[in-house]
Design a protein around this ligand. Sequence first.
Ligand code: GCB
Length: 605
Amino acid sequence: MQNKVGALLTILFILAMTGQAQQRPALITNIEGRHTIDLNGRWQTIIDQYETGYYDYRYQPSTDGYFKNAKPKSPGDLIEYDFDASEQLNVPGDWNSQDQRLLFYEGTVWYKKSFDYQKKDRTRLFAYFGAANYLADVYLNGQKLGRHEGGFTPFNFEITNLVREKDNFLVVKVDNKRRRDAVPTLNTDWWNYGGLTRDVNLVEVPDTFIEDYFLQLKKGSTDEISGWIKLSSVTAGKVVTVEIPEASVKQSATTDASGYAPVSFKARLNLWSPENPKLYAVKVSSDADSVGDRIGFRSIETRGTEILLNGKPIFLRGICIHEESPLRGGRAFSEDDARMLLTWAKELGCNFVRLAHYPHNEHMTRLADKMGIMVWSEIPVYWTVLWDNPETFLNARNQLDESITRDKNKASVILWSVANETPVSDARIKFLKGLIDHARKLDPTRLLTAANERHYADPNTQLIDDPLGEYLDVLGCNEYVGWYDGLPEKADRLQWKITYNKPLIISEFGGDALFGYHGDAGVRWTEEYQKNLYEHQLGMLKKIPSLRGMTPWILTDFRSPRRPLPHIQDFYNRKGLISSRGERKEAFYTLQNFYRDLVKERAGP
Ligand code: GCB
């Protein structure tokens, strides 16, 4: 029996690795270009720590759970919940920062929103969730639509046949309990914000609609757009058209048996770059549907240790960012939140951000497109996920898939990262190689990276030789010389050896400082210590010949359960260059000056 189970698991794992086990979910791309009805606002909620609304007293899934939104029909009826009399929470928004009782809560909260809907002929309707952390069970009018796992990527369900004109109730059970086999796993260094953390919309589309499209410059080209358009049904022989009026482009193609229409055409384009974040109005249409987008076109490649944007070598002046709103507290979710974070990054002198450690909301990547900021996008394969578990792999791959589906037409996104600080092993390589292959299949144009670790070859030599490097285009490396690894001055005597002839991004370094705490540079937690650490780090990093970018850790202080030190941390990771109240620490200016000098040096004498 054991053997049979083992064999079955192996087959599942092989299927998963080769991509045959699961169909890609039909996620609708570019919701902004669609007619939507927003379901944001106040939702009724029930805290359900014991999951009474889901399981019966024998711990079997109940047929009569809270998703029924039941009401007593007579005075004698026993119903122990009532959404309409329950407390409300804002959507989008995590629950932790909205209700003091829920700050540390990990478990289930039920959400309910009622709405009316005017039905239309030949119109399909989808409920689209920007994200729900972590596990979402979704019901409409008492019927289950499905489940989604993964806290940072969008998903949608069709509700055309279930929706009615009056008194619909959309119920979502959101569960943010951490699990060893989940992605991320039990152990992270960020707050486990639960809830419907991003926008919820109803999306109207025609019967056969443009479900997805990929329109980017062909790898290595600056004048050939190549990609595809996918219709929702698999009817062959349908004509689809791409128009970019400003570039005098109008191209048609015909769908194949699976509803895909490959396109490839020449175009004279004003290329997207941080100095010139040019976006073109693009229209994709079929006989029944039409969707508008704004897309930038740029090429991104590597040559030896160079990263080339539009054929020219670049240096990525970056910073890491968590999806947290420093001033309001809690998860960032709005365009205003995104604007504040990206404006601060620009003020620091950045042309690049690492959106750690999971896909951020779409406002971030849309705004990065408009503001001319290049993006490293990441999935939460963090530290020690279960490398040997096929389900864990499928989950990670699905999160990568949804992230690429959402953002693959954003010029700002130049790097997909598949992991952060994962320990070297064969099982991990197999897992991550599976993700890399999948990303390359979905998107042959972008660069692949991961934030890896380094180790000491001898007391003065840091060695980057992670075997994963072989499969990456750009090496990412986190290091904490001066914080977890000695004192800041240690950086002065270190040399770096890198076994790959590839560009390197130092994807993290830094140290904690409490804003306003001043003292000697030798005193931990002071702004002076952090500033001194940055000075020594920057001196060291400048000497690495293949260094092509850096994203120090991190733009702003952020909440973390791993950081309890009273009066200093108070459950915040204080490695921000900006405090959780928006105050710039001294090291902010150290990095800002460094980036200013870099720009001057690169502009020439
Ligand atoms: C790391 C992690 C990051 C942590 C950071 C820290 O290496 O990648 O998620 O927050 O260190 O502050 O320790």
